[in-house]
Design a protein around this ligand. Structure first.
Ligand SMILES: O=C(O)CCC(=O)C(=O)O
Ligand SMILES: [Fe+2]
Length: 457
């Protein structure tokens, strides 16, 4: 384990790869090229941003086997299939307002195909084309409406699921009154002393908090006037200075940092809570069972708020090249050699997370064996293809911070139970906004086959 001081901050900065033709640069490029064309030619003949955007498409319908079935269901004389080809949907969404001639691309193609297919039939081609154009617009509208409906249905399902779970909590607390404090709203508004009492790891306590010599109140060092409620709600932002963080963070392996967060005792209490909740819910056959519990979704939001606002948000700014996180999702994952409903995993395959930055906080239990974390290369980097054997032994109460793009896996657990409190965070302004998500997922470096690439624009 290396102290972060030794590696220097230059090395810890994650270089986010920006796609050669990222969305933003693509827009700027398209606009400036079109204005050049506008100047050089007769503006009246150029519609929708200039001829560079109105060039004839040479799109070939190339669909894989899985899509063939769907395709056969679609009544497609002209190849415009926004449900199947995301490029069609993308261009219609991005292009319609800026390129009013969008559908003419397809119209011209249909026209030439029809002409070459049937020279003998003589009917009014212009009106046929117009019908197809309208047909395409309707098709697009249907796809958009169906997608919006699916999103609405999913949101409703999740909201109902949460309501059902929340309605069960009073019964749970009647059976398990010892867990009432987790739902105690007073924790939000009270002074920081409560945080130091039993919840936090002593090292965090010592470095993050200070005692006001006149009032005796415990305060957060870097914004001493802020109350717990102000910080947890995001009304007051926490900013950690580099020297404080260097004292607290260790680099466990390349691009993975550890930080002490929770006390052993509190980790143990959390495990008891999760175990009891799972067993309580499992008795109820009338409700949909969550695979993993998210404490926030069950009404305990203060812990996630604390992890996000006091640690993840301010630390990511320093650690991961000025990433500004804006949302989070957390869950507690349980592992055992013989998986069961409380600990459904035995190991975890190599993967990357659906997150910008991940916090992986080990809760224990004590003495579990196996369940090591192995970290590999960054997704999108071609150079290393095999998962490296950078192994990290999770420590109770310690969190590991890494970007979601870093490959990782969990080795099989051989004895005992292992629980990890995982927080996935997202940011609208970082990797996902700068790089085409599809290229990112497919390790694609060249843009030739990307719908954001030049041949499409
Ligand atoms: O259990 C762990 O330590 C890792 C879990 C994880 O990577 C995940 O759920 O995405
Ligand atoms: Fe993961």
């Amino acid at each position: 384990m290396r102290n972060i001081n030794n590696v220097g901050w230059g090395l810890v900065i994650l270089v986010i790869q920006v796609a050669t033709i990222g969305l933003c640069s693509w827009k700027i490029q398209a606009e400036s090229s079109s204005s050049d064309v506008m100047k050089a030619s007769n503006a009246a003949t150029l519609l929708g941003g200039g001829e560079i955007n109105e060039k004839l498409r040479t799109f070939q319908t190339a669909i894989n086997d899985a899509d063939k079935e769907k395709a056969s269901l679609a009544d497609e004389p002209n190849g415009f299939q926004p449900r199947i080809h995301k490029a069609h949907l993308w261009h219609a969404l991005e292009g319609l307002d800026r390129y009013p001639n969008y559908f003419d691309r397809w119209k011209s193609r249909i026209k030439s195909r029809e002409q070459s297919e049937d020279h003998s039939v003589s009917h009014n081609k212009d009106s046929d084309d117009e019908e197809k154009e309208i047909d395409d617009l309707l098709k697009l509208e249907h796809v958009l409406r169906d997608t919006a409906d699916a999103v609405r249905r999913e949101r409703k399902r999740i909201a109902q699921q949460r309501t059902t779970w929340m309605q069960k909590i009073p019964n749970f607390l009647q059976e398990h009154p010892q867990f009432r404090k987790f739902w105690d709203a007073a924790l939000y508004g009270e002074d920081w002393g409560k945080w130091c009492n039993g919840i936090l790891h002593p090292k965090v306590q010592e470095l993050f908090f200070t005692t006001n010599t006149t009032t005796g109140a415990i305060q957060l060092k870097t914004c001493s006037d802020a109350t717990v409620a102000q910080v947890l709600s995001g009304a007051v932002r926490v900013e950690w200075n580099v020297s404080l963080l260097t004292e607290l963070l260790d680099e466990e392996c390349s691009d993975v940092y550890s930080i002490p967060i929770l006390s052993d005792a509190f980790c143990h209490e959390l495990i008891q809570l999760v175990r009891s909740l799972r067993l309580f819910f499992a008795q109820d056959t009338t409700i949909e069972q969550p695979r993993f519990f998210s404490l926030s979704q069950l009404g305990i939001t203060w812990l996630d708020d604390f992890l996000f606002r006091v640690l993840l948000y301010p630390i990511s700014i320093h650690l991961f090249d000025n990433i500004h996180l804006d949302s989070y999702h957390s869950f507690v994952a349980g592992y055992a050699a013989q998986p069961n409903c409380v600990t459904p995993r035995q190991f975890l395959v190599p993967h990357t997370d659906d997150s910008e930055v991940t916090l992986n906080l080990c809760l224990g239990e004590k003495d579990f064996e196996g369940g090591l974390l192995e970290f590999g290369p960054m997704r999108g980097e071609r150079t290393k293809t095999k998962l490296q054997t950078d192994t990290v032994q999770p420590r109770i109460g310690y969190g590991l911070l890494h970007v979601g793009r870093l490959m990782h896996q969990v080795t099989p657990i051989t004895s005992g139970d292992r629980f990890a409190y995982i927080v996935w965070t997202r940011s609208w302004t970082d990797t996902r906004a700068k790089q085409c998500p599809c290229c990112w997922l497919n390790h694609r470096k060249e843009t030739a086959t990307c719908i954001c690439g030049p041949q499409w624009n």
